[in-house]
Design a protein around this ligand. Structure first.
Ligand SMILES: Nc1ncnc2c1ncn2[C@@H]1O[C@H](COP(=O)(O)OP(=O)(O)OP(=O)(O)O)[C@@H](O)[C@H]1O
Ligand code: SF4
Ligand SMILES: [Mg+2]
Length: 328
């Protein structure tokens, strides 16, 4: 569609040796629309981070992307060399990761790190970049920014470090922001503030956000579209209302029934789904959710999963989707 800013098609990524390795991302497709937020959700190990890293060209050997396309402005990012990718990373596509401490250089002041992002991509003086770094810190809510720019990461609290990282991510006004569990390491009260900040900045810049999370409360609050991942594959995609009100995949239903808002703003697991995701070294044949699926039949074990279109904006990779939806 014309408003797609990022169009990921059939992405496939493997880790480890040819024999004994695993396919962490197995034919993943989704789209990020202009000015909108797509959430990528799923349990730990489902391949969310590997998907983001594959998009950004950040899979370290012996891991590698073995297939698919990542179309950005009509260009397949997977075909670019490292120099061209570096131009895009940090400038056209900003990134925010879970743990700001490991993403920041402990030996460099916060202001200098943001300034470095700017000078890496724009032809401006160091002094100008420093000045902009202070402005950016102010913009993301760091009080007394001129003074705090000279501080080192360990002087900052977790929430402030995440603000600094967001300042670096938006420094070159990217078209896309990829945020991988941006608030998981933070206190609940700080989480809400950081999400609000991300949301406000995105609106202000008209940027598109790819938000990776396992928190369905965050999805409900932030996302326009949602892709649910299970064992390296997208099992359901829909706009956020449809996903919450008319989920078509038994796994999505199980995820939704697992959480209940107990009133403190946190989603608390109520009925964790019985069993565990498959070992990706030896994935089960057919539908990968079959070992845990309450609706599994013998035919599911030999079914080659495919996206079944329920509507123009809703796809489900379950051969029994019609019955699931009939269930109400
Ligand atoms: N560098 C690596 N080498 C080998 N295997 C890896 C590597 N990185 C990830 N994996 C494996 O790939 C699979 C997907 O991992 P990934 O980190 O993408 O999951 P995730 O959905 O981001 O999980 P989480 O919610 O815990 O962050 C997992 O089985 C993981 O063990
Ligand atoms: S294909 Fe079968 S096992 Fe897989 S989710 Fe659907 S009903 Fe369950
Ligand atoms: Mg992850």
């Amino acid at each position: 569609m014309s408003d797609a800013v990022l169009d990921v098609r059939g992405l496939r990524t493997r880790f480890g040796p040819e024999k004994g390795g695993l396919v962490a991302v197995d034919g993943v497709s989704f789209m990020l629309r202009r000015g909108r937020t797509t959430a990528l959700v799923g349990e730990s190990g489902s391949g969310k981070s590997a998907t983001a890293q594959s998009i950004m060209g950040l899979i370290d050997p012996p891991g590698r992307v073995t297939g698919g396309q990542v179309l950005y402005r009509g260009q397949d990012l997977l075909t670019l060399d490292e120099a061209a990718m570096r131009e895009i990373r940090g400038a056209r596509i900003g990134m925010v990761f879970q743990d700001p401490l490991t993403s920041l250089n402990p030996a460099l002041s916060i202001g200098s790190q943001i300034a470095e992002t700017i000078t890496a991509h724009e032809d401006v003086s160091h002094a100008e970049a420093q000045r902009r770094a202070v402005q950016l810190l102010e913009h993301v809510g760091v009080a007394d920014a001129a003074r705090r720019a000279a501080d080192y990461p360990h002087h900052f609290s977790g929430g402030m470090r995440q603000r600094a990282l967001i300042a670096a991510a938006i420094a070159c006004r990217p078209e896309i922001i990829i945020a991988d569990e941006p608030t998981t390491a933070l206190d609940v009260t700080v989480q809400a503030k950081i999400l609000r900040l991300l949301h406000d900045l995105q609106q202000e810049m008209g940027a598109s956000l790819l938000l990776i999370t396992h928190d369905l409360g965050v999805v409900a609050a932030m996302a326009d579209e949602v892709a649910v991942m299970y064992a390296g594959r997208v099992v359901e995609q829909a706009d956020v209302d449809t996903l919450f009100h008319r989920p078509g995949h038994p796994y999505t239903r199980a995820l939704l029934s697992c959480v209940m808002d107990i009133g403190d703003g946190r989603d608390t697991p109520l009925n964790p789904i019985a069993g565990a995701p498959p070992d990706l070294r030896t994935p089960p044949p057919g539908c990968r959710f079959a070992p845990r699926c309450p609706m599994a039949e013998a035919a599911c074990l030999s079914w080659q999963p495919q996206d079944i279109a329920v509507s123009a904006t809703h796809t489900v990779a379950c051969r029994r989707v019609a019955e699931v939806l009939q269930d109400g």
